[in-house]
Structure formats: structure tokens, C-alpha cells
Design a protein around this ligand. Structure first.
Ligand SMILES: [Fe+2]
Ligand SMILES: [Fe+2]
Length: 352
């Protein structure tokens, strides 16, 4: 089987819930009781990893885990309990705007100068920050646009046609080498990161798992199709200015041409996607199902809420001069002494 399809190894667990799910997937132990999920920290490492493991069975799965595990009824029962805990916490904690117009307008307000992650990276990010950022984000970008494809059968008319058009771009417009997930793997190569799917799952903090789990939650539940569309709008609307700053960061640090290209591509592509999502996907969905407006707002605001939590984790750790990952990355490979001066060499001077 193609390496890309084999699935990553199951990661180490982060507590009793994820340990039980892992051993069940290995066929060596029982599942956690749903009551255990109800008592766990909804944003903590243990619950988020347990939920991530359940969701990943719908993407590439894990090496050694039979594909039938995807529809194992007992595992689905545990997944439902984990979703219930996470979803109800999000409903309680997300500051939700009063209207869709307000939620969309808020996305255009830039954070106070220098307070966002992309502001920090463009102004003063060093290569080690960029490597950590890419490793964390790889959990999504190596399956970029996959969770959003699940919404297609749940849409109709203008919303469906427009969503498919944006997804077509995300999947490379018919060219495998232009798939955004592939462009991100190219970026990772420039940054001396391992491009194997799932490689940085264990390094990623719970805050990033929650961001990806949110997409899977919205994508896998037809009932949450409005929230998925809201989530997608948040991503597309905030992407273009953020990508401009990240492209600047890649250029300033000499990260490499593919690293610059990934974000340059998103500056232009997402400026268009933003308009299509606003007017056609959201507009079309509301034309068909106007009662979904509050769900769209929730999707936007819950995404913002979790992205802010992730941003705080990264900036707090970096501000203290520490790695934001659970386990710091290994330094890039040393070039051999006789190797000519290469762009890899430049990277070393920035990586502490
Ligand atoms: Fe993209
Ligand atoms: Fe996009």
C-alpha cells in the first residue's frame, strides 16, 4: 500500500481516556466508560486526544488498526460521549455574537497591533518559531479541506455549487502537485520538518487538537452543517491577511521558496474564497435554510474562541523563550562540513 495511505502509528496516550481508546484500537483493552468522558476536562489533553483518535479513523486511520474500527458501535458510543462533553463546553464558553452580520464584521477587525500569532511571526519570528508553528498546523494542513468535504452532501443549490468550487481549489484544481495539503508538505520540507502524515500529533498541544476536532465534529454531523459553514467562513475570511504576514515571516527568515509559496498562494486564493463563501455559500445556505443562521454564527465564534486559545498557548510559551510544543523539535540536520553554503545552512543560524 502507498505510504501515504497506510496511516500513522498510534501516538502515546495522555491520560486514562486516551489510554483506553488506544488500547481498544490495538485490541488489548476495554473502552472507557461514557461516564469517564463526562467527568474529563473538555479542553484537556486526554479528552482531546481520545476524540482525535476516534475522528482520525474517518480520515486515514492508524497503522495496525482495522478499517472496520471506523464504524465500531461501541467506539461510536464513546465518541458521542466525548463529543457531548466538548460540544456542551463550547456552547457554554463561546462568546456568541447577536447576529451573523456582527460575527462576520468582527472577523475583519484586526487584533491590537502585534498581538496575533501571525503578527508576532512576521515582526520577530525566528526560524524555530516558524518550524514549531508549521509542525502544529500540520495536523490540519496535511489534510487541508478534507473535513469540509463532508458538508457537500448536506448542502443544496448555490451553497453546494460554491462550496464545491472552493474545495476544488483547495484540492489543487485537478492537479495533484497544487493540492494545498501537498503545498504544505513542500513548506515543511523547506523547514526541515518530517512530512509524514500524523508525525507531529504527539508534539501538538491540546489547543491544536481542539481546533482540528472542531472541524471534524462539524463536518461529521449533518445537524451541524450550518456550524461547518460558519467555521469555513472564519477560516477563509481571516486567512488572506494572516497569510500575508506569514509569507513575510518566511521571506524574512529565508525559510525557502515553497514555504513562501504556500502562504503567497493563500493570500490570493483566499481573497477570492472569502467572497465566494460570504455571498454564495452562506448566502445560498440561508436562502435554503434561513433557520440555520444561529448555527453559522456559532461556527464562526467557536472557531475564533479555539483559535484564540491556541494563539495564547503559542505566544505565552514563545514569550517565555520556551517551546510551545509538548516535546521540542529536534534541530534541523547539520550539513556535512564539506557541503556548500546552502539555504539549510542559513536556517541553522536562526534555530536555537
Ligand atoms: Fe487552502
Ligand atoms: Fe481557501
Amino acid at each position: 500500500m502507498n505510504d501515504h495511505l497506510r496511516g500513522p502509528l498510534l501516538p502515546p496516550s495522555r491520560g486514562p481516556l486516551s489510554a483506553a481508546v488506544t488500547s481498544y484500537l490495538r485490541g488489548t483493552g476495554p473502552l472507557p466508560r461514557p461516564a469517564d468522558a463526562a467527568a474529563a476536562d473538555p479542553y484537556g489533553d486526554d479528552l482531546q486526544l481520545a476524540l482525535y483518535l476516534c475522528y482520525e479513523l474517518h480520515y486515514r486511520g492508524f497503522a495496525g488498526v482495522p478499517p472496520e474500527a471506523e464504524w465500531d458501535p461501541e467506539l461510536l458510543g464513546v465518541r458521542a460521549a466525548l463529543e457531548q462533553r466538548f460540544g456542551s463546553a463550547l456552547r457554554a464558553d463561546t462568546p456568541v455574537h447577536d447576529s451573523l452580520d456582527q460575527a462576520l464584521a468582527a472577523l475583519l477587525v484586526e487584533p491590537v497591533e502585534g498581538t496575533g500569532v501571525s503578527h508576532f511571526l512576521s515582526a520577530e519570528g525566528e526560524l524555530w518559531h516558524l518550524r514549531e508553528y508549521a509542525a502544529v498546523r500540520s495536523l490540519y494542513h496535511l489534510k487541508e479541506a478534507d473535513p469540509h468535504a463532508w458538508v457537500l452532501p448536506r448542502l443544496w443549490g448555490r451553497a453546494k455549487a460554491a462550496m464545491a468550487a472552493v474545495e476544488y481549489d483547495e484540492f489543487g484544481g485537478g492537479r495533484a502537485e497544487r493540492m494545498h495539503a501537498r503545498l504544505f508538505a513542500d513548506l515543511m520540507r523547506d523547514l526541515d520538518l518530517d512530512t509524514v502524515y500524523g508525525r507531529y500529533l504527539d508534539a501538538a498541544p491540546a489547543e491544536m487538537l481542539a481546533v482540528v476536532n472542531l472541524m471534524s465534529l462539524f463536518g461529521l454531523h449533518r445537524e451541524l452543517r450550518g456550524a461547518l459553514v460558519g467555521h469555513f467562513a472564519e477560516v477563509e475570511i481571516t486567512s488572506s491577511p494572516g497569510s500575508r504576514r506569514l509569507a513575510e515571516a518566511m521571506r524574512r527568515t529565508g525559510a525557502g521558496p515553497a514555504a513562501e509559496f504556500f502562504y503567497d498562494e493563500h493570500v490570493t486564493a483566499d481573497a477570492v474564497h472569502e467572497q465566494v463563501v460570504r455571498h454564495e455559500v452562506i448566502g445560498g445556505l440561508l436562502e435554503e435554510e434561513p433557520e440555520l443562521a444561529p448555527d453559522i454564527v456559532f461556527g464562526i465564534d467557536a472557531t475564533e474562541y479555539l483559535e484564540e486559545r491556541l494563539g495564547r498557548r503559542l505566544l505565552d510559551r514563545w514569550g517565555a523563550g520556551r517551546s510551545a510544543l509538548r516535546t521540542p523539535l529536534a534541530a534541523p540536520e547539520q550539513p556535512s562540513p564539506e557541503a556548500p553554503e546552502t539555504h539549510r545552512h542559513r536556517q541553522m543560524s536562526h534555530t536555537s
